[in-house]
Design a protein around this ligand. Structure first.
Ligand SMILES: Cc1cc2nc3c(=O)[nH]c(=O)nc-3n(C[C@H](O)[C@H](O)[C@H](O)COP(=O)(O)O)c2cc1C
Length: 384
């Protein structure tokens, strides 16, 4: 894995190893993938204007969140269904996050349960319960998160319905796999993946066992997940979550400043400016572009994080320079893990950490607190 020097190389390795349908599921976005690309372009449009001859011999990347320090201004984003690409992927990412000293956010559609992660990994565990029509089940997830001592709850609010991911349709891919003549060839062409998957029980969305009528059937369970999102979930419901959850509450999927203000008024403890990595509403604004108005609305009341398109350590510095307190890392972790399991997850974070420190040194900043807008060239002045 040390042969991979960038997240892009990990992406290519993941692409080589995975059946196409799975790779496309992890890599792809909704419809024309305009928002997916816009997230990356927004980072690339920002340029540094570094200052030189400053002492950067000691770089400190620590930041504070919810009264505790974290080693890097990052957390791993919640990502569902990873076990279909690499068995044990969720535990692998949780271990890598713990080793790097950053929070791990477990998705409710992950292929490992809250309890499994809490038992297997001594790290900082946050949980993301999807807002499900079955309210009893939803509240049950929250109770389980509390019982497992999760540090924070992350409510993702940007998918009352699933986005239209056309790569998945073209590949005849759905969770669960439906073996058709089309995709059978796709899977058969990757014998190492087949071998790895067939050596153990097929992964299940463990947090959601009991949601489907046929509780023990992986397929019934998984196919019911999308249909079970609660399109009626609203601010009143969020307020009820706030009332029962005694620990930090994070709202993920905010793009509009009015929503940011409402989240502060309800008592959320942090926001993540996110468009779900371009996987839901195509045509949504790039997250880096949405960030400034959200920050103005929040007016420093609570921390604002951002995700979408983080592939380099320099992206983290750019997000911080624009006012975010940290970033969530989604596909970068997925690619690393799909490329090489736990070693790949560690490698992805090591690459981002190394690039973050290097970028800070090259920019002449030794502490995160010294990263601000002055480090950036206003986009309009940047030569094409
Ligand atoms: C394969 C995959 C699965 C995801 N599953 C979830 C999920 O279960 N819950 C959630 O809130 N976000 C989910 N996301 C969105 C991520 O949490 C995050 O917002 C996004 O990946 C950030 O963009 P990036 O991948 O460009 O870093 C998923 C993203 C991917 C790529």
């Amino acid at each position: 894995m040390t042969a991979a020097y960038s997240i892009e190389e990990l992406r290519l390795a993941a692409q080589r190893r995975l059946p196409r349908a799975l790779y496309d599921f992890f890599d792809g976005g909704a419809e024309d993938e305009v928002t997916l690309q816009a997230n990356r372009s927004a980072f690339q449009a920002v340029r540094f204007r570094p200052q030189v001859l400053r002492d950067v011999s000691e770089v400190n990347t620590q930041t504070q969140l919810f009264g505790r320090s974290i080693a890097l201004p990052m957390a791993t984003a919640p990502t569902g269904a990873l076990g279909y690409g690499y068995p044990g992927a969720d535990v692998a990412i949780a271990k890598a996050a713990a080793a790097a000293g950053i929070p791990y956010i477990l998705s409710s559609t992950a292929t490992a349960s809250i309890e499994r992660i809490a038992n297997a990994v001594q790290g900082r565990l946050w949980f993301q319960p999807y807002t499900l029509k079955n309210r009893d089940f939803f509240w049950g997830l929250i109770r389980r998160a509390l019982a497992a001592d999760c540090e924070a709850l992350v409510i993702t609010v940007d998918l009352p319905v699933g986005g239209k991911r056309e790569r998945d349709h073209r590949n005849h891919f759905a969770v669960p796999f439906r073996f058709t003549p089309h995709n059978l060839w796709d899977f058969a062409r990757k014998p190492p993946w087949c071998w790895r998957m067939l050596r153990q029980p097929f992964p299940v969305m463990e947090n959601l066992i009991g949601l489907a009528q046929q509780q023990t059937s992986a397929s019934a369970l998984a196919s019911s997940v999308g249909r079970n999102y609660d399109t009626a979930f609203d601010w009143d419901m969020l307020k009820q979550v706030r009332d029962v959850w005694p620990k930090p509450l994070v709202l993920k999927g905010i793009l509009h400043p009015a929503d940011a203000q409402r989240a502060c008024a309800i008592g959320c403890d942090a926001l993540v400016v996110s468009n779900h990595g371009g996987r839901q509403l195509d045509g949504a604004v790039a997250t880096l572009e949405a960030l400034p108005d959200v920050l103005t609305a929040v007016n420093r009341r609570i921390p604002v994080w951002v995700d979408g398109g983080v592939r380099r350590g320099q992206d983290v510095v750019k997000a911080l320079a624009l006012g975010a307190q940290g970033v969530l890392v989604g596909r970068a972790m997925v690619f690393g893990t799909m490329a090489a399991g736990e070693a790949g997850a560690h490698r992805a974070l090591a690459i981002l950490q190394d690039e973050l420190i290097r970028t800070m040194q090259l920019c002449g900043v030794a502490r995160l607190a010294d990263i601000d807008a002055d480090l950036l060239m206003p986009v309009a002045k940047t030569a094409g």
